[in-house]
Design a protein. Sequence first.
Length: 195
Amino acid sequence: MGFHSTATLASSSKILIMGDSLSAAYNISMEQSWPVIFQHKLKSIEPNSDVINVSISGETTAGGVERLQNLLDEHKPSHMILELGGNDGLRGFKFKQTKQALKAMISMAQALNIKVLMIGVRLPPNLGPVYNKRFQQIYEQLADQQDIAYLPRFLQGVAAGNPEWMQQDGIHPTALAQPFLADKVFSLFSSSYLQ
């Protein structure tokens, strides 16, 4: 994982969340969203930590690439949580294009010694198992190649058997699911970067 910047972890983490509607409190209040719950969890062990959520509903990886450098320059985070790509898949973007954009964002962060946690998303089943598998491989390959913390299948355990955890569109989790999602992210983040 590269230990050259561990000194920055000692007292306070500053985490930039770069995501789409899954992280932008779509159809729920921001206070109920997983990033805010994640921030509360982090502050309980790192009181001086900060979470900056710059997620935008509808954001694509290309949009993320366009915005990211300015955000890194402005906020100077120690960590970045990257949750993008779902809108690329839903819109039928080329897999190569999505992978290149995700890789560019990871590289931008790593060039500044920013630790990255990437969240992988699954596409709706109506797009077919082959398409979904190839989409998943984008994240798996990048996680291996870039040596970053990786949370596969962000919504696994949300849709199955918990109808009240999903909004009517079948894509976005409800407020009830947000603590579960925050726990997933926090568990990986703390085991990867706070030990």
